[in-house]
Design a protein around this ligand. Structure first.
Ligand code: AP5
Length: 219
């Protein structure tokens, strides 16, 4: 099968990570989240890694230059070259989108689809302030909408769940504003290329997953 490159685009908390993890289980296509890649750099404790954590904790974007380098390195690996990628949270700016166009063109590859998950700012705050995740396996929970069986503990490996440093309501509102200012323009960018598919992300995660699976099967 040819590698598939699919972008998950949408504001913070719109369910990109939740749906990407489900799709990985169904299809085996690698999940490439620039947010996860940056969070994984935390353990490196270098000046660059500390600068990135500071930027993220303020709800701002990491520079295009660094982001594109990190993405380039990840998609050059064998799993992505063979199977493609579910790009979650990349691109987030026009220069990033243009860099991705160029990277794909250099390998004679094309985007399969861009799935646009949209939610309101209030819904983003509601979802993100209740988010918890497993530091071991990365599974995402919500204290109200998708709680673990044992409070604050991962169902899969029994590890204590954690809350992200950028998941506090004032930071989420800042992230949403940054999204509107820098990323929402990509909706038109991809609509004009005729690859954008709107997903109603205000619904139940199971209904959304059905739509996502259907779209991917058709690509
Ligand atoms: P990143 O990690 O990409 O965060 P984000 O895009 O802000 O998205 P989130 O992870 O917050 O939300 P999500 O859409 O994945 O929702 P989730 O499925 O978890 O980026 C973090 C930071 O890294 C950025 O702010 C920036 O600093 C930096 N960065 C990353 N990429 C960058 C780039 N390309 N350029 C520059 N900087 C970059 O769901 C949220 C919650 O809602 C969960 O609790 C979940 O259980 C619940 N939920 C999910 N779906 C539903 C549903 N349908 N109904 C009810 N609850 C639901």
């Amino acid at each position: 099968m040819d590698p598939k490159y699919v972008i998950f685009l949408g504001p913070p908390g719109s369910g990109k990570g939740t749906q990407a993890k489900r799709l990985v289980q169904e299809t085996g296509i690698p999940h490439v989240s620039t947010g996860d890649l940056f969070r994984a750099m935390k353990v490196m404790d270098t000046p660059l890694a500390r600068r990135i954590q500071d930027v993220m904790n303020r709800g701002e974007y990491v520079s295009d230059e660094i982001t594109i380098e990190v993405l380039k390195e990840r998609i050059s690996r064998q799993d992505v070259r063979e199977q493609g990628a579910i790009l979650d949270g990349f691109p987030r700016t026009v220069p990033q989108a243009e860099a991705l166009d160029q990277l794909l063109a250099e390998s004679s590859l094309q985007l399969s689809a861009v799935l646009f998950f949209d939610i309101t700012e209030d819904e983003a705050v509601r979802r993100i302030s209740g988010r918890r995740s497993c530091p071991e396996c990365g599974r995402i929970y919500h204290v109200e909408f998708d709680p673990p069986e044992v409070v604050e503990t991962c169902d899969a490996d029994g590890v204590a769940l954690v809350q992200r440093g950028d998941d506090y309501p004032d930071v989420v509102r800042e992230r949403y504003q940054v999204y509107l200012a820098k990323t929402s323009v990509l909706v038109d960018y991809y609509r004009e290329k005729d690859v954008l598919i709107d997903i109603d992300a205000m619904r139940d995660p199971d209904r959304i997953a059905e739509d996502v699976a259907q779209v991917i099967a058709q690509e």
